[in-house]
Design a protein around this ligand. Structure first.
Ligand SMILES: Nc1ncnc2c1ncn2[C@@H]1O[C@H](COP(=O)(O)OP(=O)(O)OP(=O)(O)O)[C@@H](O)[C@H]1O
Ligand SMILES: [Zn+2]
Length: 681
C-alpha cells in the first residue's frame, strides 16, 4: 500500500504516516468512512472502539457492514472489512465504551492523533478531557443531515469541545406534560416517561399522573379531593401527586401488567381526575377519558399488520391493541433482566418504540392533539435527523486531511471546516474558518484553574440530584468526589457506599449554602473543578440550577438595567433571556441527547474576519457571550416545530443561508427563522 502512496503524498508525509498510531472513537457513519480512508492512505497502526452492535438501519450508510453482520460488534466487523482493503494494517478493535475506566490517560497517550466519530455529547466531552490530559491532538467531527463539521482540538492552541457551553436541550414544564399537553411532542415525552415508570429506570420527576400541585389548579384540588369519589379510588393507585404513592412499577406488577387495568388507569381514571381540576379547562378544551371497554377491540386479534405500517396513523383501537401487545413483550423482557435491573428505552427496540408510539397517540386522541405515524414519532422521540452517507463520507475525508496536517505539525492549517448544503457566495460547500479559535479563558474544562459559579436552589436540590444532574449530566463528570473546601467534609465520594447516607439530604442540610466553595474532582478524568455556590429561590417550573462559567455574568450590567426598564415599560425584547454563558437545567426534564453535534451560527462571510485590534481570547469571550441557552420561543426550523428537542441540531439544520461560518461555533442565532428544512428518510 505504501507504494501506492508514492507520488501522491510527499515523502515527508509518507514517513509521518508510516510511523503513526491513531485511535478512532466510534465505528458508525463517520467512523467507518474514516477507517476506510485510513487504511487506504497507508496508516500502519489503528485502534478503533465502539460499544455498539450493528443494526439493520445502519446498513444504508455504513458500508463496512452487510446484512450478515447485523447483531455483531461494530468495531470488530469494521476491522475485518477494512482489512480486506489493506491486510497489512494492524487494526485493534475494542467492543467497549470509550468512557470505561480501562481507557485512562495512559491509553490515550499511546496515540499521535485521536479521531472522534461519536454521536453523543457525554462521550465527546469525555474524550475531549482525556485528550487534553494526555496532550494528544483530537480531531472532532459530526454531521447532521447535509451539514458537517470538523475541528481540531489541541490543548493551549484551540478551543476545546467544552469551551463554549452548548445550549441546553429543550425541556417542558412538568405540568404541561402531566396535565395540559398541547403538542404531539408533549404526548411523546409523557409516553417515554410512562415507559420508564413501568419498565425503565424510574426518575421521580418523570411522573406521569396528574400533577395536583399545578399552580393553575391552585385551591381547587383539595376541595375536589374531598368530594370526588374518583379521588378515593385514585388514592389506591400510584403516582397521584399529593396522595398515597405506590410505586408505579410495583402497582403494574401487582396487576400482572394487565392491559385493561393499566389502560383504564392511565387513560380513564387519571384523565377523569384531570377533569376535576376545572381551572385547567377554563381556557382549554377538556380531555376525553377513554375506557378500554369502549374501544370495540377485536378479541384474539391476530392480524396486527397495521402495527408494521410505519407511515400510517393508527386508529385508537389499533393503538390500544399495540399497547396491549407491547405490554406483554416488555413485561417478558423485564422478567429476563436481573432483579433490580430495568429496560432502557431505545428507538430501535421494536416493542419499546411501538409502546411509545401507541401511548403518545392514545393521549393525542384524549387531548385532541394531532396524531402522528410511528415513523414520525420515532423521529421525534429518538431525536433523529436522517444521516446522509455522502455527508459522512465528505466529513470523514476532511478528518483524514486534518490528520495529515497534524502529523506534519501544520496545526495552523487545521482550521475548522463546515460542510454546507448550498455553496456560499464564494462557491464553497466546505467552508473553512479563517482562524484557529483560541481557548476560552473561562472554560471550566481547559482553563488553568477551572471554576464556575453555580446558581442553585440549595433548599430544593438533594445531594443525589446535585451529583447526577449537575456534576454528571451537566458538567460531564463520570465519578466525582466533592468536599466542602472550608471544612474538608466529604459530601460525595466516588467510592461506592461511602457517602450514600448523604444522598437523600438537601444541599442546605449539608451546609452547602450561598457562598460555599466546593472542590470537585474526577480522578478518572484527572479533572478538578471549584464550584462557588450562589443560592437562588427558584420559582416553580424555573430551572433549579444554572452553571455560570463567566463570573462577569453575575455582575449587574448596564445593558441589563436598560432591558429591565424597557420590560417594565411594557416593551418586550426577545434578546432579554438570550445571551449567557450559562447552562440552565430543569432537573429531569431534558430529553435524550443522542446525535448531538458542535454547531455553528451562520453569519455573513464578511463578518468572519477577526478585527485586528482584538485578541483571540476577546473574540472567544464575545462569541461566548452571544450564547443563548434557552430554547427560542419559536422553533427555528419549521418542520421540526414540535421536535426541537435538541436545539443544536435544529440550529445546524437551518444553516443553509448563503453565507459563511463565523468564529462563534455553537452559537445560537437569536432570530428564529422559518426556512425550510430537509426532512428525508
Ligand atoms: N461511549 C462510546 N464509546 C464508544 N463508541 C460510542 C460511544 N458512544 C457512541 N459510540 C458510537 O459512536 C458511533 C456513532 O455513529 P453514528 O452517529 O453513525 O451512530 P449509529 O448508531 O451508527 O447510527 P444512528 O444513531 O443514526 O442509528 C456509534 O456506532 C456508537 O455506537
Ligand atoms: Zn475549553
Amino acid at each position: 500500500m505504501a507504494a501506492s502512496l508514492d507520488g501522491v503524498f510527499p515523502a515527508t508525509l509518507q514517513e509521518k504516516v508510516k510511523n503513526s498510531k491513531l485511535l478512532v472513537v466510534g465505528a458508525g457513519g463517520i467512523g467507518c468512512e474514516i477507517l476506510k480512508n485510513l487504511v487506504l492512505s497507508g496508516f500502519p497502526e489503528i485502534e478503533i472502539i465502539d460499544l455498539d452492535a450493528i443494526d439493520l438501519s445502519n446498513l444504508n450508510r455504513q458500508f463496512l457492514f452487510h446484512r450478515e453482520h447485523v447483531g455483531k460488534s461494530k468495531s470488530q466487523v469494521a476491522r475485518e472489512s477494512a482489512l480486506q482493503f489493506n491486510p497489512d494494517v494492524k487494526i485493534k478493535a475494542y467492543h467497549d465504551s470509550i468512557m470505561a475506566t480501562d481507557y485512562g490517560v495512559n491509553f490515550f497517550k499511546k496515540f499521535d492523533v485521536v479521531l472522534n466519530a461519536l454521536d453523543n455529547r457525554a462521550a465527546r466531552n469525555h474524550v475531549n478531557r482525556m485528550c487534553l490530559n494526555a496532550e494528544v491532538p483530537l480531531i472532532e467531527s459530526g454531521t447532521a443531515g447535509y451539514n458537517g463539521q470538523v475541528e481540531l482540538i489541541k490543548k493551549g492552541l484551540t478551543q476545546c469541545y467544552e469551551c463554549t457551553p452548548k445550549a441546553t436541550q429543550k425541556s417542558f414544564p412538568g405540568c404541561t406534560i402531566r396535565n395540559t399537553p398541547s403538542e404531539p411532542i408533549h404526548c411523546i415525552v409523557w409516553a417515554k416517561h410512562l415507559f420508564n415508570q413501568l419498565f425503565g429506570e424510574t426518575v421521580d420527576d418523570e411522573d406521569i399522573s396528574p400533577d395536583v400541585a399545578d399552580p393553575e389548579a391552585k385551591g381547587e384540588v383539595d376541595e375536589n379531593s374531598k368530594n370526588d369519589p374518583e379521588k378515593a379510588a385514585d388514592e389506591k393507585v400510584p403516582g397521584d401527586g399529593n396522595v398515597v404513592r405506590v410505586n408505579t412499577r410495583q402497582w403494574a406488577k401487582d396487576n400482572h401488567y394487565d392491559a385493561q387495568t393499566l389502560f383504564n388507569k392511565f387513560f380513564y381514571d387519571d384523565i377523569k381526575y384531570l377533569l376535576s381540576m376545572s381551572n385547567l379547562w377554563k381556557t382549554r378544551k377538556p380531555p376525553t377519558p377513554i375506557k378500554w371497554d369502549s374501544l370495540l377491540l377485536k378479541q384474539d386479534e391476530t392480524d396486527q399488520s397495521y402495527s408494521r405500517q410505519y407511515h400510517k396513523i393508527w386508529s385508537l383501537a389499533e393503538c390500544a391493541a399495540v399497547f396491549a401487545d407491547c405490554l406483554k413483550k416488555l413485561k417478558l423482557n423485564l422478567e429476563k433482566m436481573d432483579q433490580g435491573d430495568s429496560l432502557v428505552w431505545d428507538k430501535d427496540d421494536q416493542p419499546a418504540m411501538d409502546f411509545v408510539a401507541a401511548c403518545a397517540n392514545i393521549r393525542g386522541y384524549i387531548f385532541e392533539i394531532g396524531r402522528k405515524s410511528r415513523f414520525e414519532i420515532k423521529s421525534m422521540a429518538g431525536n433523529i435527523i436522517p444521516a446522509i452517507a455522502t455527508t459522512n463520507a465528505i466529513t470523514a475525508g476532511v478528518v483524514v486531511l486534518h490528520t495529515f496536517k497534524v502529523l506534519q505539525n501544520q496545526l495552523d492549517k487545521c482550521k475548522s471546516v463546515y460542510m454546507r448544503l448550498r455553496p456560499n457566495p464564494r462557491n464553497q460547500l466546505l467552508v473553512p474558518e479563517k482562524f484557529l479559535t483560541a481557548p476560552n479563558k473561562n472554560c471550566y474544562v481547559c482553563a488553568a484553574e477551572p471554576a464556575i459559579h453555580l446558581r442553585i436552589d440549595t433548599k430544593r436540590v438533594h445531594i443525589k440530584e446535585f451529583r447526577d444532574e449537575v456534576l454528571i449530566k451537566t458538567l460531564n463528570m463520570v465519578n466525582p468526589d466533592v468536599i466542602v473546601d472550608a471544612k474538608g467534609v466529604v459530601v460525595i465520594s466516588s467510592e461506592e457506599g461511602e457517602t450514600e447516607c448523604n444522598e437523600s439530604k438537601l444541599m442546605s442540610e449539608m451546609d452547602i449554602v450561598d457562598g460555599v466553595l466546593l472542590k470537585c474532582d474526577d480522578f478518572f478524568q484527572n479533572y478538578e473543578l471549584s464550584i462557588i455556590i450562589v443560592h437562588i429561590d427558584a420559582e416553580r417550573d424555573e430551572p433549579l440550577f444554572e452553571v455560570i462559567a463567566d463570573p462577569n455574568q453575575l455582575k449587574p450590567k448596564e445593558e441589563e438595567t436598560v432591558k429591565t426598564s424597557e420590560k417594565e415599560n411594557g416593551k418586550t425584547d426577545d434578546v432579554s433571556d438570550g445571551p449567557s454563558t450559562s447552562k440552565k437545567s430543569k432537573i429531569n426534564e431534558v430529553l435524550d441527547d443522542d446525535d448531538d453535534l458542535c454547531l455553528i451560527e451562520d453569519d455573513d462571510d464578511h463578518n468572519v474576519s477577526k478585527p485586528t485590534d482584538k485578541s483571540a481570547t476577546e473574540e472567544v469571550t464575545e462569541a461566548t457571550d452571544k450564547l443563548q441557552v434557552k430554547s427560542p420561543e419559536k422553533p427555528i426550523a419549521t418542520k421540526r416545530k414540535t421536535t426541537t428537542v435538541d436545539d443544536d441540531i435544529t440550529e445546524i439544520l437551518d444553516s443553509d443561508e448563503e453565507d459563511g461560518p463565523t468564529q462563534s461555533k455553537r452559537t445560537k442565532r437569536s432570530e428564529p427563522d422559518e426556512k425550510g428544512v430537509i426532512n428525508i428518510d
